[in-house]
Ligand binder design. Structure first.
Ligand SMILES: [Zn+2]
Length: 388
């Protein structure tokens, strides 16, 4: 079982310099190979595209010419070739655009290498050892115990922080004990999840982070606009000898960083909340029935609140999906049609009800329903019928 794990990295000043050299090396190889492929095509449009193997051969020549490439983990340069070959094959299949040259200016910088199976990554509780870089301080490494590292990616993003993303292979998890309980779950806007047995789990909320995120997004947009105007005006005047560049605007760059940090913190907290919720559900229930989100989404996508809820729904569904697989439980997905219109007791179709109607009484059998719980019960029935 492969898992993705992301740690913070705290490089020293010297290591930071080294990292930027390695980011640069990867970009250099990417840009060189891409330029070569383009020139080759231009000279002879009929020539065959150089594949990954061919690029790896060229890499050997590049390395003798540009000695700084030897500072890199050589597997990371091969990964660049692999990614470029992949980008080309997507292009030829008309599933992706032209690969583009990479810029030193872009906020996101990264390189990926294959981690040698014979080496140990974790050297202490807060330290890992990476090829060419040596020992680096990290956030806690506890979750890596008994995992085998396959690939590692070192990155720097708009938050101005460094991260280590790992692809780790873990032994298959043990199935959770069976409880014999089945449940239907309705996904809502006010409450994230409502179960057929009447439990309501509130939606994820972090008002302070949300507000800060919006405020800084606005500041970012405003400063960016202002910087653009300034640059155009300055550069338009031919008397100025020095050309200004957008990235010279420090307060804009600062806003970009702060904005990215709030947005990231929000995403992390949501992920954490959903992780706890889904783990709990998978522990308690053997069979979980939910609605197909695609259809649900299409029906109501003009609601702003819904589109925000969507992000949570998809993550919730994805987590349930893989956790059910890991722990030997069953997830059934049903179409959401009529689940909120039908009486779960007698099956009477009472027609479409606007969202503000939270409770209703069935005109046929007289049962009083909570809208969401009734829908969850219908979802459960539908799911159980589908697998009979
Ligand atoms: Zn009824």
């Amino acid at each position: 079982m492969l898992k993705g794990i992301k740690l913070r990295l705290y490089p020293t000043r010297a290591q930071e310099g080294q990292l930027w050299q390695l980011f640069g090396n990867n970009r250099f190889v990417w840009n060189q190979m891409l330029a070569m492929a383009k020139a080759r095509y231009k000279n002879n449009p009929g020539s065959r595209f150089i594949n990954e193997y061919g690029m790896n051969n060229l890499l050997k020549t590049l390395k003798t010419e540009y000695l700084f490439l030897k500072l890199s983990d050589s597997t990371s340069l091969q990964v660049v070739n692999h990614q470029l070959a992949q980008a080309f094959s997507m292009l030829f299949k008309h599933r992706g655009g032209q690969p583009r040259f990479k810029s030193r200016r872009s906020a996101k910088q990264a390189y990926t290498g294959r981690f040698p199976a014979s080496k140990q990554l974790v050297v202490a509780k807060h330290r890992v050892k990476l090829p060419k870089l040596g020992s680096i301080k990290t956030s806690k490494t506890g979750q890596l115990v008994d995992g085998q590292i396959k690939r590692y990616t070192v990155s720097h993003d708009a938050t101005g922080r460094y991260y280590l993303s790992l692809q780790v292979e873990f032994p298959e998890p043990k199935s959770l004990p069976k409880t014999g309980v089945q449940v239907g779950i309705d996904l809502g806007v006010a409450d994230l999840a409502i179960t057929s047995n009447g439990q309501k789990y509130p939606k994820f909320q972090a008002p302070w982070e949300e507000k800060q995120g919006i405020t800084w997004q606005r500041k970012f947009d405003r400063r960016k606009r202002q910087a653009k105007v300034n640059v155009i005006q300055w550069n338009h005047d031919k008397a100025h000898l020095i050309k200004l560049e957008l990235n010279d605007y420090q307060n804009w760059q600062r806003a970009r960083k702060i904005k990215a940090r709030y947005q990231q913190r929000l995403a992390n907290r949501r992920k954490d909340y959903l992780n706890k919720l889904t783990t709990q559900l998978v522990k308690v229930y053997d069979v979980i029935v939910i609605e197909d989100l695609k259809v649900k989404n299409l029906m109501h996508n003009h609601h702003l609140a819904k589109s925000i809820a969507n992000a949570s729904w998809y993550q919730f569904r994805t987590m349930l999906d893989y956790k059910c697989q890991w722990y030997g439980k069953q997830l059934i997905v049903v179409s959401p049609n009529y689940t909120s219109q039908q009486c779960s007791k007698c099956g009477f179709q009472s027609g479409r009800k606007p969202l503000e109607i939270r409770e209703w009484t069935c005109p046929h059998c007289g049962t009083h329903h909570d809208r969401d719980i009734n829908a969850a019960v219908n979802i459960l029935h539908k799911g159980l019928k589908a697998v009979q």
